[in-house]
Design a protein around this ligand. Sequence first.
Ligand code: 5AD
Ligand code: SF4
Length: 473
Amino acid sequence: MSDTASTSIAPLPLAPNAAETSPARTKAFVKSYGCQMNVYDAERMTDLLAGRGYGEAASEDDADLVVLNTCHIREKATDKVYSELGRLARLKSERGAEGRDFRIVVAGCVAQAEGVEVLRRQRAVDLVVGPQSYHRLDELLTRAEAGERIAETDFAVADKFAALRRAPIPRGVTAFVTAQEGCDKFCSFCVVPYTRGAEVSRSVAEIVAEAEALAAAGVREITIIGQNVNAYRGEDENGAPATLPRLLARLSRIEGVTRLRYTTSHPIDMDQELIDAHASLPMLAPFVHLPVQSGSNRVLRAMNRRHDADFYLDIVARLRAARPDIALSSDFIVGFPGETDADFEATLALIRAVGFASSFSFKYSPRPGTPGAERDDQIAEDVKSERLAALQALLEQQRQAFNAATVGRTVETLFEKPGRHGGQIAGKSPYMQAVHASGGPELIGSILPVTIVAAGSNSLAGTIGEPMREGAL
Ligand code: 5AD
Ligand code: SF4
């Protein structure tokens, strides 16, 4: 995984007379995998492509250009990219036979990690562009259209933030805004520090400008995102480093913004100032995604997580003291090298002690170049599968219990879109639950109290009451 690289390899011949015979290149399809950061990047790439005259295609079949915005976090995610590229290569040759142009761009963390290897492994790919270089998409595409095959994996985060200063095109009443990228933590299982680079924060002014533009265009809920968002240290208006709670306090004053969230946080950066923000900022949603990965101190040490289980439980206790209705979610990895049955039991014990509203859980996937992958005490696949099933059964039980406990309660729901059935409207509770109620599209963008009457396995149903006071959840 090289630090910086811009590689160009021999051009491929274009489809015969492609330029003369192909219809205008009008539509692009950006397909994104993985984390919220990728969702944000995919939207920015869509915006950049719109500036180049590309509309949004509904699928690959409808597109003249496809961007695969890839995820490298687990092996499965990476394998999927190459099989997807095989499919796109066939589509490209069909288009070529019709004399039509079809461009394939690989972006995201696989692009960063594999670079020029993607061009070598799949000849149909026109351009490989890493997550810190895609702000140059326009210029890179111009070169690709001239027949150059480019792998651009430079780490130019500051340039990227500057280039993205342009107001984003809002999509609905909720939006992500990037505050921070990269990671300095080097958990021993994780590729992110290699693919996204060191922690870099945007300035408060830049984030506020983006949030204000979104709010003016109708966005009501903003989620501040970063790989380690609570390690945020962007420059404030006096040139001093700010903190996430101070950034959130500033954002809470933007007219039109009625709900704020942030993700993803690391336990060691979860300081009291941020915990207190949950008491002092009413529009900060009472929901925290705080990955713990394991409940075993031995495994946490081996993972280089820099905290133990008690440290995590203490944060949870302090969050609940600050905001008694706070709900938590986490990420878990089972089958990290050397994990014993007792270690796994400790994870189950931590889950029982906390009680999570929802969570993500994964089998450990050895990633090339990370310390975990070098270990010779890898866990057998069937053991990993068994542990994952047991862990997910417990998490699912907790999720159902959490949803069931909202029946009879009133939850402040931000309505986002029409429901699947006529006369229905769909939104989200402060705790990230999907909520359905009877109502028309005029309610989109409003936060209204909904009394929950039923909890299904994936959503809640309720009836709408009177509007909440200004600034409430
Ligand atoms: N194997 C399995 N899961 C992983 N994650 C990160 N790296 C790996 C890996 N090598 C999980 C962690 C992280 C989430 C985004 O993905 O739980 O929090
Ligand atoms: Fe990966 Fe750990 Fe950094 Fe999260 S904190 S991105 S898991 S290295």
